[in-house]
Design a protein around this ligand. Structure first.
Ligand SMILES: C[S@@+](CC[C@H](N)C(=O)[O-])C[C@H]1O[C@@H](n2cnc3c(N)ncnc32)[C@H](O)[C@@H]1O
Length: 245
């Protein structure tokens, strides 16, 4: 259920321990940012589930596929990809070992035995060449410091003709939840951070420079759920492309 702005404010102001609204260096001694903490605890996984059908349908995962989930967090999309891949498998890669411990726990708990996790920097990790049929990411690629180099590295890991499906945030003006739920200044569109892929022209430049076909960016709007009955409107791009065959 979508709540009114005043109801949202009231709800959040009574939840001082809500992971998304803790600031870096505050609250229970954590030094993680609110968004990092949300990713590592699974709050992000749970919040964004309404986008999964779009993302997974765009990824068009088939039986036997090998899927790489970039910046997988606690692995919700990795587990879903593993189920869809049937006799294939899905690998989630993330910088945070703490986050991947939770991803592994969730995969074991749900019997997703073909979902595995690699702690690594996806920008530079030496993935095996031409191993994956699909690259996907749900908001896990926007922190790349050199996105062209990162996607060039990821393109090497993808088979010729392989598919790419990315969910990335549109501009902050279309995602007011960011300013409400985080304490940092809203980042600009051309630096690493939540909105680094908000400009479709920049996304096209990054992906074509990395060797992919010109991507399509489909506009999606869904509610994101940050707590029981606390939903925010959000807007994302569903970015799809392929590596040339
Ligand atoms: C916003 S969270 C999204 C997590 C997950 N995809 C989800 O939807 O729940 C972004 C994740 O990307 C990871 N990440 C950021 N930069 C990365 C990099 N260079 N290599 C691997 N993971 C990275 C972070 O550690 C974090 O878990």
């Amino acid at each position: 259920m979508h709540t009114t702005p005043s109801a949202r404010g009231a709800s959040l102001s009574h939840e001082p321990d809500h992971p998304l609204i803790r600031t870096a260096g505050q609250g229970k001694g954590t030094r993680m940012s609110g968004t990092d903490l949300a990713c590592s605890t699974g709050l992000t996984e749970n919040s964004l589930y309404r986008y999964d059908d779009w993302l997974l349908r765009a990824a068009a995962i088939r039986d036997g596929d090998h899927v790489l989930d970039i910046g997988c967090g606690t692995g919700g999309t990795t587990r879903a990809a593993a189920w869809l891949a049937g006799s294939g498998a899905a690998v989630g890669v993330d910088l945070s070992e703490q986050t991947l411990a939770e991803a592994t726990r969730r995969a074991e708990e749900t019997g997703a035995v073909t979902a595995t996790f690699v702690p690594a920097d996806a920008q530079v990790h030496a993935f095996e060449t031409e191993t994956f049929d699909v690259l996907l990411s749900r908001t896990g690629c926007t922190d790349f410091t050199d996105p062209i180099a990162a996607f060039t590295n990821l393109a090497r890991a993808l088979r010729p003709g392989g598919r790419v499906a990315l969910l990335v945030w549109q501009a902050p003006s279309r995602n007011p939840w960011y300013a409400e739920l985080t304490t940092g200044a809203t980042p600009s569109l051309d630096v690493p951070g939540a909105f680094a892929f908000a400009d479709p022209a920049r996304v096209a430049h990054i992906l074509t420079s990395a060797g992919f076909h010109t991507p399509e960016c489909e506009s999606l709007q869904e509610l994101i759920q940050v707590g029981p009955g606390v939903d925010y409107r959000s807007a994302a791009w569903l970015v799809t492309t392929r590596k040339p065959a």
